[in-house]
Design a protein around this ligand. Sequence first.
Ligand SMILES: Cc1ncc(COP(=O)(O)O)c(C=O)c1O
Length: 372
Amino acid sequence: MRFETMLVHAGGHVDEETGALAPPIHLSTTFERDVEGGPSRGFSYVRDGNPTQARLEEALAAIDEGAASLAFASGMAAGAALLQALPHGTHVVLPDDCYYGFRALAEESFAKWGLTSAVVAMEDLDAVRAAMRGDANVLWAESPSNPLMKIVDLAALAELAHARGARLVVDGTFATPALQRPLALGADVVLHSTTKYLGGHSDVQGGALVFAKHDALYAVTERVRELVGGVASPFNAWLILRGLRTLAARMRVHSENAAAVAEFLAAQPRVEAVFYPGLASHPRHDVARKQMSAFGGMLSFLVRGGRSEALAVAAKTRLFTRATSLGGVESLIEHRASSEGPASRTPQNLLRVSVGLEHPQDLVDDLRNALS
Ligand SMILES: Cc1ncc(COP(=O)(O)O)c(C=O)c1O
């Protein structure tokens, strides 16, 4: 079955009881047990699992070509559960540009969880090799990265990791499975903040992990989720499942619109640099072409000058709303350093853009006005 078809149908079997095509939302927190005390129909308590979440997990595993999937209450809950499932002493190699929440976790929580970490520019495979330590390593990659849109070679990282008995985890939030399939490139686990493109409408928070194998790491992560409770609620699981149905179509338009915006910005004298993997000028455009089928709806750019010049541009847009988050149908613009706070390493003149599904000419006109 082709990917678009799978997106429409995965986890979407007709409801046996009623014949309903739209999946029912099972809000029940508890499920009848059999006379022996066991779960009579596979479910017992909502924190452990529920039928709506099970449909979402079935769909996520299928579309990312994985063996198993776990749905969480947020992308951070997903990542944290995976990290808490790692054996004490595991060394996590993080990229120098990644979602700031994971950098903060490394600084504030890894020691408590018995983990060590190093930060490297993951484009440099020798630097990655040198950053690995002992025999329990995890490479944590993010491609494209947030907010600098860096691209790392996922197949090369998987090979490097496996040669050292390490695992490769890929945060694929920006690309989504519609544009990039990290497990097919050799990764062991892929993470998504489903709050973003998979939900797709800025109205649901969620996270997911998809595992290449139904292995011990999957089992321990599931146990962490069960005990710590960062599980997706039935209603949120339903909204994300619904978002998946249109993912391929949305990502096509997000990518076309972002390409138009990136090309426009690249020609503007007030713009110092544009970071979009679809531009031939992107330093890793060749790698992006190799591992992505299109380049997505996210980009960032540097405004000539500094913080105040960048804030002034964001203050003048009318269609692009100044807001955190990404992946919804509406276009957003964000002064990322302000959102990340005082510890941010993001350039003060950087604006991050989530390009929505509006007409691309309206988006370009809005930015032209903001830059004038
Ligand atoms: C690349 C990336 N990974 C993970 C997360 C965290 O996801 P959530 O906000 O759903 O916890 C985000 C959030 O912006 C993100 O951009």
